[in-house]
Design a protein around this ligand. Structure first.
Ligand SMILES: Nc1nc2c(ncn2[C@@H]2O[C@H](COP(=O)(O)OP(=O)(O)OP(=O)(O)O)[C@@H](O)[C@H]2O)c(=O)[nH]1
Ligand SMILES: [Mg+2]
Length: 290
């Protein structure tokens, strides 16, 4: 499914709130048509990948929704369990999954079935004919919206919208007897308030590395990884209590990322952020459940 790539982070540490509002407004029309909204999160940063404004809007509209902790293979199992429990306590339906492995709805099957029954019951009560519920997949860039959509749509996926000149706007892909899915997932802008959230988002490739203070963000990520519960072996440094920049320098020397005998910090930061995003440093959850 083709849609615009991740938006670039502006130089400051936050989006224009106007950007976020515009994305939400664009989404509002599709949400009006939706019966069930799947909010996809990254299991490594469950807090920063959430969208309080969207959740509030769905509550206002009385829409059924499901939080999907995706990329669970890249997160710590025990942490994911804690997040699931925490979100359930808040009253959310939630499931953890890997959108790139397996077929069909997988762990979403049960909660989706429950929501399907609820949609049917509601329509019946209002005297409406039964129909397959309409799903909309939303989330910040790169969390796996398209992967999930492809999985849910399966072989019946129709890509009518991909050809040039084909109808713009909302296109529904039917999976007969199951659901209808909106062909283009809704991309939301994350709220970037401060360096910590920026680091979380950069670590999962939600924002472009070309638009952020690379060395600073890389150093902060390194510090978080080293001080975390399970510091990756490959990041071993002698003094884990050192300042972030000193940690990054130490890593540069260890990796032999040098130019003219000086530590190449941009290269080291990029290597670290990209390795983490791909899961090369192991399964690590960056944000712990409250
Ligand atoms: N390891 C792992 N990788 C995943 C999973 N789901 C998606 N990915 C990968 O994450 C990347 C982004 O997935 P997409 O499905 O394109 O994400 P998206 O939310 O549609 O991204 P945008 O359209 O850019 O907003 C791809 O490289 C996927 O292969 C998962 O559960 N586990
Ligand atoms: Mg996509």
């Amino acid at each position: 499914m083709k849609e615009p790539g991740p938006p670039k982070a502006p130089r400051a540490f936050s989006w224009f709130p106007g950007h976020m509002r515009k994305a939400l407004r664009r989404l509002e029309e599709s949400l009006t048509l939706a019966d069930i909204v799947l909010m996809v999160l990254d299991s490594r940063i469950p807090a920063s990948s959430r969208q309080p404004e969207l959740e509030e809007m769905l509550r206002r509209k009385g829409k059924d929704s499901l939080l999907v902790l995706n990329k669970s293979d890249l997160a710590e199992k025990s942490e994911t369990e804690r997040w699931l429990a925490c979100m359930r306590r808040e009253g959310h339906q939630v499931a953890a999954m890997q959108a790139v492995t397996g077929r069909g709805a997988g762990p979403l099957e049960k909660p989706l079935e429950k929501l399907r029954q609820a949609v049917h019951a509601r329509r019946k009560k209002r005297g409406l004919l039964p129909r397959d519920p309409r799903l909309v997949v939303v989330g910040i860039p790169n969390v796996g919206k398209s992967s999930l959509l492809n999985r849910l749509a399966g072989a019946t996926r129709a890509r009518t919208g991909a050809r040039p000149g084909v109808t713009r706007g909302n296109q529904w892909v039917a999976v007969p007897g199951k659901w209808q899915i909106l062909d283009s997932p809704g991309i939301l802008y994350p709220r970037i308030e401060g360096e910590e959230i920026l680091t979380s988002l950069a670590a999962v490739s939600c924002v472009s590395l070309d638009a952020i203070p690379l060395e600073r963000v890389g150093a902060l990520l390194l510090q978080r990884l080293i001080r975390g519960n399970h510091p990756p072996q490959s990041l071993y440094v002698e003094d884990p209590e050192a300042e972030p920049e000193a940690l990054l320098r130490a890593l540069a020397r260890r990796k032999n990322f040098l130019v003219n005998a000086q530590e190449d910090l941009p290269r080291t930061a990029r290597w670290l952020l990209q390795s983490f995003a791909k899961g090369d440093l192991g399964a690590v959850t960056l944000e712990t459940a409250p």
